[in-house]
Design a protein around this ligand. Structure first.
Ligand SMILES: NC(=O)c1ccc[n+]([C@@H]2O[C@H](COP(=O)([O-])OP(=O)(O)OC[C@H]3O[C@@H](n4cnc5c(N)ncnc54)[C@H](OP(=O)(O)O)[C@@H]3O)[C@@H](O)[C@H]2O)c1
Length: 366
């Protein structure tokens, strides 16, 4: 069977080439005798895609986090129009996974931002809380949250619906009470895959996920992993790979790797506790050994490249309010792994640490 590749610029009416142009290219190719037509685009060529575990969803290796401190810029004084423009810039760069939550206040903006793309070109992951402190939220209220998210996002379905910041003490409630009810909503077509997210700042050992990965019901998990918190390498990824569970990473770069003063202070605290060598506390640039020709170009570049190539990692989320940071982070995620010697040094210096870089957000729920 003949196979023809048609390079349509983008399936985006706003991006120069119209949807009409792209469809016309396909029609012409079929009319000229092609059996199959594969549409490629400029943006597909500058992004890498992976399959998100058993969900089968094809997702970009970079995912835009719409919560955290930045909240698409809303947390940094940017306007809603600027936030929408940031989402569209990400989509134009081939990023196709947007992570939000009922608690972030960004669902409605995402709903507006994605109006210029076909719905199946974007993967939306959102979340509902299942507890307030030690009080469990009943399943009916979680279903209401799902319905509200669908309305806010102005969409017929959510790709991955996740239980948000589930502490170990709430896991039985999540698995035994909430999941069965949500699976019935999934059968109705309201969402495609069920996921669960940890509360990284309160569960450094990832005890909740250490149980969840074995229970068969969660198709996607969201977890913390970074240059100074390697716990998932031994405790989580071997299991997500064995069960083919999709992974979304968070806390790759929060405060310690984006604010030099915070990194220096953290090194001093760790050295005083005997957890890292003193030389890391005696310099203004403790991770400077990673920045060299053939290595990383900055600490954030190192942070994203460190996690991106870890076996078991599918999507690396980052939040930002800055178009320049969006570009830089995608560029980092598409670069090769850090040199082997640098990775070995990171493992030797920090492989034993737990919970570094998992700061709570400055405000609101992350
Ligand atoms: N349990 C959960 O469900 C949970 C918890 C946490 C996070 N998340 C998800 O994960 C997403 C990402 O969260 P996160 O914890 O990884 O980080 P985050 O809260 O988004 O923080 C990233 C920080 O790094 C800065 N930054 C980003 N790129 C940078 C660059 N190139 N150079 C310098 N600074 C840079 C950002 O500031 P600028 O605005 O200045 O770029 C921001 O302050 C969230 O938006 C959310 O979707 C989920």
């Amino acid at each position: 069977m003949a196979y023809t590749s048609v390079r349509a610029a983008v399936l985006l009416p706003t991006a120069g080439n119209t949807l009409h142009d792209s469809i016309l290219s396909c029609v012409r190719a079929v009319a000229s005798g092609a059996g199959f037509v594969r549409i490629t685009s400029a943006k597909d060529e500058m992004m890498e895609y992976v399959t998100l575990g058993k969900t089968g969803l094809r997702v970009s290796v970079a995912g835009l986090g719409c919560g955290g401190n930045s909240r698409l810029g809303l947390g940094r004084g940017k306007t809603k129009a600027e936030a929408i423009a940031l989402v569209r810039q990400a989509l134009d760069m081939g990023l196709n996974l947007l992570d939000t939550a009922a608690a972030y206040g960004t669902e409605a903006l995402i709903g507006k931002a994605i109006k210029t793309v076909l719905r199946d070109r974007v993967v939306i992951t959102t979340k509902a809380l299942i507890n307030h402190g030690s009080t469990p939220i009943p399943p009916g209220r979680v279903v209401e949250s799902l319905e509200r998210s669908l309305r806010q996002l102005d969409t017929d379905y959510i790709d991955v619906f996740q239980l948000h910041v589930v502490p170990p003490a709430m896991y039985d409630h999540a698995f035994q009470i909430i999941a069965p009810v949500l699976l019935r909503e999934k059968e109705k077509g309201k969402f495609r895959a069920l996921g669960i997210t940890e509360t990284s700042p309160n569960d450094h050992e990832q005890r909740m996920l250490q149980r969840a990965v074995h229970d068969g019901v969660w198709e996607v998990v969201m977890l913390g992993f970074n240059m100074m918190h390697h716990n998932a390498r031994t405790q989580i990824f071997p299991h997500t790979m064995a069960y083919n569970i999709g992974t979304l990473l968070m806390f790759v770069v929060r405060n310690v790797f984006s604010q030099p003063g915070r990194l220096t202070a953290k090194m001093q605290e760790l050295a005083a506790a005997g957890q890292v060598p003193q030389w890391l506390a005696d310099t203004d640039n403790p991770l400077g050994f990673l920045i060299h020709e053939g290595g990383a170009s900055s600490v954030t570049d190192a942070a994203y490249r460190f996690v991106r190539h870890e076996p078991g990692v599918h999507v690396t989320l980052f939040g930002t309010s800055e178009p320049e940071h969006l570009q830089a982070n995608i560029a980092s995620l598409l670069k090769p792994p850090l040199p082997e010697a640098d990775r070995q040094q990171l493992a030797a210096l920090f492989g034993h640490l737990l919970g570094v870089g998992l700061e709570l957000p400055d405000a609101a729920t992350a």
